[in-house]
Ligand binder design. Structure first.
Ligand SMILES: O=P(O)(O)OC[C@H]1O[C@H](O[C@H]2O[C@H](CO)[C@@H](O)[C@H](O)[C@H]2O)[C@H](O)[C@@H](O)[C@@H]1O
Ligand SMILES: [Mg+2]
Length: 265
């Protein structure tokens, strides 16, 4: 029974869940691994980075689905690990954070990035330079930093210039990452695609084909990996250009499909 969004479109999505692109998870749960982006995919976008919330039932459904897949379900996000973890507590799923640069494996071991003094100085300087730019938010994620302009699109060009010169100061270990109303500097050592490949070398992901689901530019790297490995790539929401093989219309609809897939059979 649907508890939210009873539109015809949503019901059609639900009816198609078993027959649609994700129905394969029910048919062959031992053959597939699921890699899920967070913002704009599992949870709805909000005006500010801290303004997001986890919809009721999502944690329980992810837990059930993970069990159904023998644990082969991982989050792959631009967030840092502590923020993502508090969104899905008490679950502690395998996860790649900072766009793939950091990982927590299924066995709980961590692969983290140390931020150095120079990067801390750079983040402080970004905050100082933009302090009077009303609506701009600098999100400190440890070894990555995001400059948000969702509430202040008039600052986009200025932020592009500031982030470009900050990237030069950060040096070759970092790269620029564009996203929805955001410009980020993140470690260049791994992408979301590389994180998916790394998970696929480890139990319980090894030997399975990946299904990657995301909504933004950063997710294109994991779409490409899924396509290259004979898996499946799904974009949430329409995009002018994407490597994804299929589209799911919104995060709401994806959650409804996941809820159905998570139901006991
Ligand atoms: O890879 P994701 O899990 O999708 O994370 C990507 C970025 O998401 C967050 O920013 C985006 O969501 C915010 C909250 O809805 C929104 O206000 C912002 O405009 C979006 O760009 C997050 O703040 C970033 O750190 C993530 O990298
Ligand atoms: Mg996203």
């Amino acid at each position: 029974m649907l508890t939210t969004d009873t539109s015809r479109e949503a019901e059609a999505d639900l009816a198609q869940a078993a027959d649609g692109p994700l129905g394969i998870l029910l048919a062959e749960p031992d053959n597939w691994a699921l890699f899920l982006d967070i913002d704009g995919t599992l949870i709805d976008l909000a005006e500010t980075p801290d303004g997001v919330s986890t919809p009721p039932g999502l944690v329980e459904n992810l837990d059930r689905l993970s069990q159904r897949l023998g644990g082969a379900l991982a989050l792959v996000t631009g967030r840092n690990l502590p923020f993502a973890d508090q969104l899905f507590a008490p679950l502690s799923l395998p996860i790649a954070g900072l766009h793939g640069a950091e990982r927590r494996r299924t066995d709980g071991t961590l692969d983290l990035v140390e931020e150095d003094d120079a990067f801390q100085t750079l983040k402080r300087s970004l905050t100082r330079v933009t302090v009077d730019w009303e609506g701009v938010i600098i999100e400190d994620k440890g070894a990555a930093v995001a400059a948000h302009f969702r509430q202040a699109p008039q600052w986009e060009q200025s932020l592009e210039a500031v982030m470009a010169s900050a990237l030069e100061a950060a040096g070759p270990g970092y790269t620029l990452q564009r996203g929805k109303m955001v410009i980020e500097i993140r470690p260049s050592r791994a992408s979301k695609g590389a994180a998916v490949r790394a998970f696929l070398e480890e139990a319980p992901f090894a030997g399975r084909k990946p299904i990657t689901i995301g909504d933004d530019l950063t997710d294109e790297a994991m779409f490409k990996v899924a396509n290259d490995l004979g898996g499946m790539s799904i974009r949430v929401g329409e995009a002018d250009q994407t490597e994804a093989q299929a589209i799911i219309s919104s995060a709401v609809h994806l959650r409804q499909i996941l809820a159905q897939l998570a139901q006991p059979s």
